[in-house]
Design a protein around this ligand. Structure first.
Ligand SMILES: Cc1cc2nc3c(=O)[nH]c(=O)nc-3n(C[C@H](O)[C@H](O)[C@H](O)COP(=O)(O)O)c2cc1C
Length: 184
């Protein structure tokens, strides 16, 4: 419902690639995947054809973001964090040598020039309260990737407030501002 506000505002202004992770899930990162990933991304070794196959899903998700200017993540807070699918997606796209690299000063993000918007809902957890483990983690991971900017919008604590029209209207205004800033 709240992602729809973004889609309504942005779909006439930009080509959107909409991915439903529940229908098109990230790789589970089993031992085949992780072995091939370590071999290719960390040890710079050539992969066999079957090893390459193990990285196809990870690379598909990586390329979707690598070729985009903007990322919008929309999800509910589950157990004070993001749903497992979102964390798994992060593990798919965060690739050594592609999303970040190591320097003598520590890791350096390679996704410069991109921006992110996170749209969250929660039942009772308040945004950036001591129990919101999602927002601080995402703020860190976006910096780790080297993103230029990350904006966090959403409707938290819906169980207390309900879906109040004034809150939805404020949310809509914020989304429209972001869409205008991004796409003109
Ligand atoms: C498995 C599960 C865990 C949840 N954990 C939390 C939580 O930790 N904090 C919270 O505020 N809401 C929690 N919720 C409520 C959802 O965040 C809430 O239903 C959702 O944000 C509202 O969006 P919806 O209209 O798509 O359900 C949880 C819901 C489910 C199904």
């Amino acid at each position: 419902m709240f992602l729809d506000e973004f889609l309504k505002a942005a779909s006439s202004k930009s080509k959107l690639n909409i991915v439903d992770l529940a229908k098109s899930p990230p790789d589970l990162m089993n031992s085949d995947t992780v072995t091939a990933y370590v071999k290719r991304n960390l040890k710079n070794q050539i992969l066999s054809d079957s090893e390459k196959k193990h990285l196809e899903i990870m690379d598909k998700f990586y390329t979707q973001i690598d070729s985009a200017d903007y990322l919008v993540l929309a999800f509910p807070i589950y157990n004070f964090f993001m749903p497992g699918l979102i964390k798994l997606w992060i593990d798919n796209v965060t690739q050594a040598g592609k999303t970040f690299t190591s320097t003598e000063y520590g890791p350096k993000g390679l996704w410069n020039g991109k921006q992110a918007l996170v749209i969250n809902t929660s039942g009772s957890t308040l945004k950036e309260s001591a129990l919101d483990f999602s927002t601080p983690y995402l703020k860190f991971i976006f910096k780790y990737w080297g993103l230029d900017e990350a904006i966090f919008q959403g409707l938290f604590a819906l169980r207390f407030s309900g879906v109040m029209e004034e809150k939805v209207s404020e949310f809509r205004t914020q989304i429209q501002k972001i869409v205008s800033k991004w796409y003109g």
